[in-house]
Ligand binder design. Structure first.
Ligand SMILES: [Zn+2]
Length: 126
């Protein structure tokens, strides 16, 4: 019997890995559609509430792009602050945690209007 150790939570990593596999699929489709051979840089927008770990993301990305159109590409991650909307006072505001209450009228919970998403902002290709 052998003991196998993981240097980070393997469940968290599975999450990033499946996100990165989706990104690779999108890039492969885009490569055919827009006729490019390789991706050099990938710019991702990651919302602060997207439940994505930056370090796990780098690790998963390098694994997912092997043998794809983006093999060896640089991953640039842009963190997007979460924004909430308060129905009580119609104010948009920054939020740190999902269940933050309104900083003005203490209404709760705020409607999350930004910060849960993860998307490709753009690619540098050749
Ligand atoms: Zn409010």
């Amino acid at each position: 019997m052998r003991q196998i150790l993981f240097y980070m939570s393997s469940l968290q990593l599975m999450h990033e890995l499946s996100l990165c596999q989706n990104i690779v699929e999108l890039m492969e489709i885009e490569a055919k559609r827009q006729n490019f051979l390789s991706v050099k840089e990938v710019y991702l927008e990651i919302g602060s509430l997207a439940c994505v770990e930056i370090e796990a993301m780098r690790f998963a990305f390098d694994a997912a792009v092997k043998g794809s159109v983006a093999e060896g590409a640089m991953l640039k991650m842009i963190e997007v602050e979460a924004m909430g909307y308060c129905r009580g006072c119609n104010l948009r505001q920054k939020i740190v945690f999902r269940y933050d209450s309104c900083s003005v009228c203490a209404n709760y919970p705020l409607e999350i209007v930004e910060g849960e998403q993860m998307k490709i902002r753009h690619l540098e290709v050749c």
